[in-house]
Design a protein around this ligand. Structure first.
Ligand code: IPD
Length: 312
């Protein structure tokens, strides 16, 4: 047992000043935003990682370098996991850990589609505890601290608490509504082959299809390209559900805090698995509101198989 671990092996977080770390991350987010908006993404400066649709730019790497150096200087004893420096086999531990995606929505960034952000998360004992997400193109800053609520600050919102609207029950008094009343977010991801891609395509079809054809007839599906901002969208109440298989802890850590603090829940993308793991790579995020468990079950009923990502 070290000075910072308890008898159970958990990290003793009582001396950590969460507000100070939150404020520090907000200042980093703004510095990163400056780098992102002044960069000129071009195809000649863009490369790919696992396949031709898994993009990375010089700016992703430069932002992560800046962020990791500033964190290392201020919090040298804490762990760091970043998208661009992650190596297969790196795992999360109970120690305080910064989990960073320098640009979430890199494909959007490359195409100048203004839905991209820096995502800065902080975990203690593997529990997402602080989240700071900043879209510098729209000047939207989403923040949250575990147990203290989550907020949106933007040109239209003066640090407003999330959700931005009253969370209606999912079903009316006659039991009508539920999934069919939902606006769903679902991403294609960059992996476009095999079992998981097949399940995604079939699941999207079933979610959208008319009820007379056995579908859920959801209001619609959005595919926007940033997991972190998708979590924030559900937290705000702009969308009801977000289903994802394939993204990573750095894509979801900060958004997890923002959503949970707004009353939302996160379960596994695969049917029947009520407990999602931060690094589990499969997520079903749902806004708060009475009846959310029934909506999760309805959604799982549309998942056409079992996603294998995260099981390897
Ligand atoms: C991607 C985005 C996308 C999600 C992908 C992620 P990146 O992150 O979050 O929405 O579907 O799985 O890889 O590569 O832009 O940081």
């Amino acid at each position: 047992m070290t000075d910072s671990t308890t008898e159970t092996g958990a990290y003793d977080a009582s001396s950590i000043n969460l507000q100070e770390i939150h404020d520090f991350l907000v200042s980093i987010a703004h510095a990163a935003g400056q780098m992102i908006t002044t960069a000129r993404p071009s195809n000649s400066r863009t490369g790919s990682k696992t396949n031709a649709a898994d993009l990375v730019t010089e700016t992703d790497r430069a932002v992560e370098k800046m962020v990791s150096e500033r964190i290392q200087e201020r919090y040298p004893d804490y762990q760091f996991m970043g998208e661009e420096t992650y190596k297969p086999g790196d795992t999360l531990t109970p120690s305080p850990t910064f989990i960073v995606d320098p640009i979430d929505g890199t494909t959007n960034f490359v195409h100048t589609f203004p839905y991209a952000c820096i995502s800065l998360g902080f975990t203690i004992n593997l529990i997402p505890t602080i989240g700071v997400i900043y879209n510098p193109f729209t000047n939207q800053l989403f923040t949250g601290i575990k147990g203290q609520g989550s907020y949106l600050t933007s040109p239209l919102h003066d640090r407003e608490r999330l959700p931005l609207k009253h969370l209606e029950p999912f079903y009316d008094e006659n039991g009508a509504g539920g999934l069919s009343n939902c606006l769903v977010i679902g991403e294609w991801g960059s992996d476009r082959s095999g079992n998981d891609y097949d399940i995604k395509v079939k699941t999207f079809r079933k979610l959208c299809a008319d009820k007379k054809d056995g579908g859920a007839m959801v209001h619609s599906i959005r595919s926007l390209g940033s997991a972190a901002l998708n979590f924030c969208g559900v937290a705000a109440g702009w969308a009801d559900v977000y289903w994802e298989g394939g993204c990573w802890a750095w894509d979801v850590c900060a958004g997890w805090v923002v959503l949970k603090e707004a009353g939302g829940e996160i379960v596994d993308a695969n049917p029947g698995m009520w407990k999602a793991k931060i690094d589990g790579r499969r997520y079903l995020a749902v806004r708060g509101g009475e009846g959310w468990e029934a909506v999760v079950k309805e959604f799982w009923g549309c998942v056409e198989g079992e996603l294998k990502v995260g099981m390897e």
